[in-house]
Design a protein around this ligand. Structure first.
Ligand SMILES: [Zn+2]
Length: 583
């Protein structure tokens, strides 16, 4: 499922591959030092002295679930805006820059009034499409021209990608960010002797960001939506399926935002959003690597301590999902192999039942799990199967599904999945099987604690979901799950009225699946399909080549598990490059 908003560059490829490897569990204790600055900002530090680098991140406790109708997509838009620089980074002339930004706002204000008139005309049926240029009023066209001229003026004094360049020059690598339903995180790895530079750079952009090129970047995000959601085989369907699944919850809309909302977000709304959600008391700094906490804390105080505490607290999300009264079903014709995707409402992060649900997911999933054995090897109704518990901050869901083998229907796969779940409701899982799953947890936990970045990401995610301590405290809770617990949660959550089902059949006249995908597992396939549309629409050969280099560098470093995904992406990038270059 596509659920994370990435920056427009290709940098997310490697990170996505890395995330695909991470199961949500850990065993060893990570020695975290926690401090709170006087302005309410929290600081988590893990000293690890095996290589001379520091991986640093900060998490803003805001994602799409904190948005409201009409303003969807703003959390992810912020992820883009935070790379635009500060008064000293990103411009040759800050006072001129400010003048242009103010002038742009004046033009935009009038454009908004014209756009409101256009929407009214659309509601009356006088125009057929809000996006079409020819439907715009003469005044709106004039204003747009005026606005483009201001953008041109701003470009004259802009220093593009300066934020990135300062870091790269200092030997830093892997700068990126992501937005999910529950958090927005920014991260990078710097040489150990550049920790103070990190403190300065990150505190500057957090303290006095300049939202220059705001509307141009909004358009970039709109384009990102088009590429990632609208041009992928399942993008729009998955978005619609999620919106169908959640009635009241703010998980109802996609991280990327609804197409109608994105083009209406104003800079004033962004400023207000920043004041609420990017205040120090809503932020956690995380450092993992070669530094001394006794040095880092005073540095954090010196740099981040400059930022005054925010005037208001970020509001809690108060809407909880009412119990679903009836099964929901969606039937889709798509350019995809026949498959079924099933969602059940479960529990949020840290809920006492979440551990048993995670264990249940493990019993069903993986190559040695019951779904694979039963549906792929056994009855052979499916070629791919998956199951996972997705515990978010405010609510949770369980997702299972699979792709039908030729000659079988998605409905047969669906029924076969239910049959496996019924077995879990009726009989307790044998001790040996349960123990095997727990051992797998412990083994994958160990693997994830051998380098800085995976530790950093675990801290980002756990803190973003509400409690970083889970990275140490969850392991014994998993080990304590009993066969009776698994049976109980199977009975409580896996009921007919608690689920939503999407059946996908191949749209008549569309071809079969890309044979290159055959080597990938279900998760990787989803990731690959989400990325391939983007690769195919890339027109900049230089960018492609840079990303190809990045994937090749990753291939050398990452484990065998992700290799097929990276090989696939490499091949698709090479194909696209050849296409561009032979044009
Ligand atoms: Zn993005």
């Amino acid at each position: 499922m596509v659920r994370v908003g990435w920056r427009a560059s290709f940098k997310w490829v490697a990170f996505a591959a890395c995330m695909a490897l991470m199961a949500p569990l850990r065993a060893q204790q990570v020695p975290v030092i926690e401090k709170t600055l006087p302005n309410g900002m929290r600081l988590l530090m893990v000293e690890r002295h095996d290589e001379p680098t520091v991986s640093g991140a900060w998490v803003a406790h805001v994602g799409s679930s904190n948005e409201r109708p009409g303003l969807t997509g703003i959390a992810h838009l912020f992820e883009h805006m935070m790379f635009k620089g500060t008064p000293t980074i990103g411009t040759k002339d800050y006072s001129k820059d400010l003048e242009i930004i103010a002038a742009q706002e004046r033009v935009r204000e009038e454009m908004r009034r014209e756009e409101a008139k256009l929407r009214a005309a659309y509601r009356r049926g006088d125009v057929d499409d809000l996006q079409k240029i020819e439907n715009r009023s003469e005044r709106l066209k004039e204003l747009d021209k005026e606005f483009q001229e201001l953008i041109e003026q701003q470009r004259q004094i802009l220093v593009k990608n300066e934020f990135d360049r300062v870091y790269t020059t200092a030997g830093a690598s892997g700068m990126n960010a992501f937005t999910s339903e529950d958090m927005t995180a920014y991260f990078i790895t710097v040489p150990a002797n550049k920790l103070e530079l990190w403190m300065w750079m990150e505190s500057e952009r957090l303290w006095r960001p300049v939202f220059r090129e705001f509307y141009a970047e909004r358009d970039v995000v709109y384009e990102e939506r088009r590429l990632r959601t609208e041009s992928t085989p399942l993008g729009k369907f998955q978005e619609s399926f999620m919106a169908m699944f959640w009635d009241a919850s703010t998980y109802n809309w996609p991280v990327i935002g609804w197409p109608a909302d994105l083009p209406t977000i104003s800079k004033a709304q962004a400023d207000e959003f920043y004041g609420t959600y990017y205040a120090p008391q809503n932020i956690t700094l995380i450092l993992v690597g070669d530094f001394k906490a006794t040095d880092a804390e005073p540095l954090a105080l010196r740099y981040f301590g400059r930022i005054p505490r925010g005037a208001r607290e970020a509001p809690d999300v108060v809407t909880w999902e009412p119990p679903q009264p009836a099964e929901k079903r969606m039937l889709a014709e798509a350019e995809t192999n026949p498959q079924v995707d099933i969602l059940w409402h479960t529990v949020p992060f840290g809920h006492k039942d979440s551990y048993a649900l995670d264990v249940l997911a493990r019993i069903l999933s993986t190559r040695t799990g019951r779904l694979y054995k039963g549906l792929v090897l056994g009855s052979q109704v499916a070629t791919e199967v998956y199951a996972q518990q997705d515990a978010r901050k405010w609510a949770g869901l369980f997702n299972a599904g699979g792709e039908a083998k030729e000659g079988h229907t998605p409905e047969e796969v669906e029924q076969a999945i239910y049959a496996e779940i019924e077995k879990l409701k009726e009989a307790e899982v044998p001790d040996q099987e349960l123990q095997k799953v727990k051992n797998n947890f412990a083994a994958s936990e160990y693997r994830k604690l051998t380098s800085n970045l995976p530790i950093l990401f675990q801290l980002i995610v756990a803190d973003g979901l509400g409690n970083w301590r889970e990275i140490n405290e969850a392991a014994p809770k998993y080990q304590a799950v009993t066969a009776a617990d698994v049976k109980r949660v199977a009975r409580v959550y896996f009921t007919r009225e608690n689920r939503a089902v999407a059946i996908y059949v191949r749209k008549p006249g569309t071809g079969g699946e890309d044979p290159d995908l055959a080597e990938l597992n279900a998760d990787q396939k989803k990731a690959a399909q989400a990325m391939v549309g983007r690769i195919r629409s890339e027109t900049d050969a230089k960018k492609l080549r840079e990303n190809l280099d990045r994937v090749e560098a990753q291939l050398a470093q990452l484990s065998a598990e992700v290799k097929p995904l990276l090989d696939f992406l490499k091949k698709k990038m090479q194909e696209r490059l050849t296409q561009i270059e032979t044009k």
